[in-house]
Design a protein around this ligand. Structure first.
Ligand code: PLP
Length: 464
């Protein structure tokens, strides 16, 4: 079955596009380009396929934005949200109110989380979850009577979001251009654990020693009494699907224990099945973070939903009654929004019933193998990632790993060639990233990989 066959729609594409260009400020957009081309109007979607307003179908290799984990058009989730909206659309969870889905989801998600992460503060996005993590880390050390312990260690090429603080934690230099950062006196950066670009002549094990040594040296330079937390994605996403050398997270986590530094795992992308487990920190990387942030797949993108999960030990400190009249002054109008929590509950129910994690564990290695088959192409320097979080790094020279000049826009050109062939892959600078819905079949994976091969070859022919 061709799952991207054309459909007949009656949308007025030109009128929609004109309104959009005139009034809609798109996130993360090159406006010069945008003014010229406008947007693809994504009108409908089903399974792993999206349809533009002209009825053309595309296999979605991006999963929305690493988030539509269960695929599109799940009636059950829509129904659960509609039922909750009719029953009781919203009540604040500030102070002493809750809703049935917020309480149920808090218990459910902490039950699935790594050991000890028994409490969750809800939000509506990954940036918010990370901002929350840092605010409450600072609150925690204030409560412990250690007001100097405030610094956060982050990594070059880490991505933690787009609010002011989350972007300041982010280490992708490109994303900082033209904007300011906040809290620079509190943020220290260390190297990305990028095995492909590790120092020439080092083995992966030696590279790990270098990275761990750099972390410890940074802690000692800053003074352990000033370092509050380390924040890291288990696999870097937007910074280039960077998989650290084996043992990295556990090693850094052990150093964090040594110096009383909290470990914040940013699982905004990796949680909810993308690596074959509800959470990757413990199941894949063998460590128990003090705080874990998640979003995206939490509701499979059917509603804005995020969580900042905290350990018992941490909760014990921040939940100590404060001075009479004082409050834990953190949270958002839509923290624990009942309709979003209903979407989260139904998402988890479906994931368990359909054994989505098992599917990813079974099919993920096939996906990796198939994508690695592109390594024979002259433009492909590296194929990396894990399970349903993968990328191709395009280079000018496989030997030296030199990149093509930026103006070639190699990632974008390959993505455009793939789109013309009915498959969406995400361009990030010189990379093409794949993070499709987790329901992809082997046949769909074959189609995606073969289309990418044809697209890379077509662009390569264009370059000469
Ligand atoms: N953390 C990571 C690892 C992410 O990949 C993202 C978004 O892609 C975020 C945080 C920010 O999430 P949001 O865009 O929902 O604020």
């Amino acid at each position: 079955m061709d799952d991207t066959a054309r459909r007949n729609f009656a949308y007025d594409t030109e009128a929609i596009r004109a309104k959009d260009v005139a009034h809609h400020v798109h996130p993360w957009t090159d406006f010069a380009d945008f003014e010229k081309t406008g947007s693809m109007v994504v009108a409908e979607a089903e399974g792993a396929t999206i349809y533009d307003s002209e009825g053309q179908g595309y296999l979605d290799g991006i999963g929305g934005l690493w988030c539509v984990n269960l695929g599109y058009g799940r009636d059950e989730i829509a129904q659960a949200m509609a039922d909750q909206a009719r029953r009781m659309v919203y009540y604040s969870s500030f102070g002493h109110h809750t809703s049935v889905p917020a309480a149920e989801l808090a218990a459910k998600v902490t039950g699935l989380a790594p050991a000890g992460l028994n409490h969750v503060l809800f939000g509506t996005g990954g940036s918010m979850a990370n901002d929350t993590a840092i605010r409450i880390v600072h609150f925690y050390f204030n409560r412990l009577g250690k007001p100097r312990k405030k610094k956060i260690i982050t990594r070059h090429d880490g991505y933690h979001g787009s609010t002011y603080l989350a972007m300041s934690l982010t280490g992708v230099a490109f994303d900082h251009q033209g904007f300011d950062l906040v809290g620079e006196e509190l943020i220290a950066r260390i190297s990305a654990p990028n095995c492909y670009r590790r120092p020439a002549g080092t083995t992966e094990a030696e590279f790990l020693d270098l990275l761990a040594g750099e972390f410890e040296a940074k802690v000692l330079e800053l003074g352990p009494e000033t370092v509050a937390a380390f924040i890291a994605e288990p696999i870097m996403g937007a910074g280039g699907v960077v998989v650290a050398p084996a043992g990295y997270h556990r090693r850094i986590w052990e150093l964090c224990r040594k110096y009383e530094i909290l470990y914040i795992a940013d699982e905004v992308v990796t949680a909810f099945g993308r690596l074959g487990h509800f959470f990757a920190s413990e199941a894949v990387f063998g460590m128990q973070p003090d705080i874990l942030t998640c979003a995206k797949g939490f509701s499979s993108a059917y509603a804005p939903l995020s969580g900042t999960l905290i350990s018992d030990a941490f909760h014990e400190v921040i939940s100590v009654p404060q001075a009479p009249g004082a409050l834990f002054t953190h949270g958002f109008t839509y923290s624990g929004h009942p309709v979003c929590c209903a979407a989260g509950l139904k998402t988890i129910e479906i994931m368990e019933r359909e054994d989505i994690c098992g599917h990813v564990r079974r099919v993920g290695p096939y996906f990796e193998r198939r994508l690695k088959s592109l390594s024979d192409l002259p433009l492909v320097g590296d194929v990396r990632g894990s399970h349903f979080m993968l990328c191709v790094e395009n280079v000018a020279d496989k030997e030296t790993k030199a990149l093509l000049p930026g103006e070639v826009q190699i990632g974008k050109r390959i993505a455009a060639a793939a789109q013309a062939r009915g498959v969406l892959v995400r361009p990030i600078a010189h990379l093409n990233v794949l993070s499709p819905p987790l329901i992809l079949t082997e046949a769909q994976i074959d189609r995606m990989v073969e289309t990418l091969r044809d697209s890379i070859l077509a662009v390569q022919d264009d370059l000469v």
